[in-house]
Design a protein around this ligand. Structure first.
Ligand SMILES: *Cc1c(COP(=O)(O)O)cnc(C)c1O
Length: 231
């Protein structure tokens, strides 16, 4: 068995265990395999074990990989920071975008989504730990952004995404709980958000405990990243 295969199986089992421990059905938590910096061959291996959704951060790298993997029905998610000059390529190639935090970016993605493709699934990024350096809207601004996006024809607002500041022990779950409360608040105001995109290799169990429906896991599946070798 290859490392990717055994890692994937271990992550899959850990996700199911975390869900059961939280009293949740494991089928309510989706695994997004984050393949940034890894070659198409690594994606192919994870696909062979059963993985279907992959996350990428860099548009150019992702589009090249997609071309090599065009024979596989993969669901591609864009999870990196979004530059305005990259929105067209993102709108053309991806099924989901997780890092939306500005109305202008959302408007461009909607305008540039090619006719004939289904609406682009969107998660709004929330700066849930209030870090100055992080992208994402402040929790108090999420509803206004959701409102702005709800009117865009080629987007489908699915949920919220966050990358909380690193924490451990008793404080680890708090930001994830605040994300769940935000989602509930928006849904109480008429939105229909079904996705909480939160939890990575080091904290997915805590995120699942607080209601994550999609965890984004890279390192635990593919191993450590070597940024020096990417193009
Ligand atoms: C890279 C990345 C991940 C995966 O992180 P790991 O710690 O390798 O699991 C998840 N989400 C986002 C937004 C990322 O950029």
């Amino acid at each position: 068995m290859t490392t990717i295969t055994s890692n994937w199986q271990a992550v899959h089992a850990a996700i199911a265990a975390a869900a059961r421990a939280a009293g949740r059905d494991p089928a309510t938590v989706d695994l997004l395999a984050v393949s940034k910096t890894f070659p198409a061959s690594a994606v192919r291996e994870a696909y062979a074990v059963g993985q279907r959704a992959f996350g990428e951060n860099y548009v150019q790298e992702a589009v090249e990989k997609m071309a090599e993997l065009a024979d596989l029905p993969i669901e591609w998610h864009f999870i990196g920071p979004i530059q305005s000059n990259k929105t067209r390529s993102i709108a053309e190639h991806f099924a989901w975008v997780h890092g939306v935090d500005r109305p202008k970016i959302a408007a461009r993605l909607s305008e540039q989504r090619p006719a004939g493709l289904p609406p682009l699934n969107i998660c709004l990024q929330v700066n849930i730990s209030g870090e100055d350096s992080k992208s994402g809207v402040r929790p108090g601004e999420v509803e206004a952004l959701a409102q702005a996006i709800a009117g865009l024809p080629n987007l489908r607002l699915r949920g919220l995404m966050a990358i909380p500041a690193p924490a451990s022990g008793e404080t680890e779950r708090a930001p994830f709980a605040r994300m769940r409360e935000l989602q509930q608040q928006l849904n109480a105001h008429g939105f229909r958000l079904d996705t909480l995109s939160m939890g990575m290799s080091h904290d997915f169990a805590a995120a699942i405990h607080e209601g994550a429906t999609l965890v984004r896991v890279g390192t635990a599946i593919f191993g450590p990243r070597n940024y020096g070798e990417t193009t």
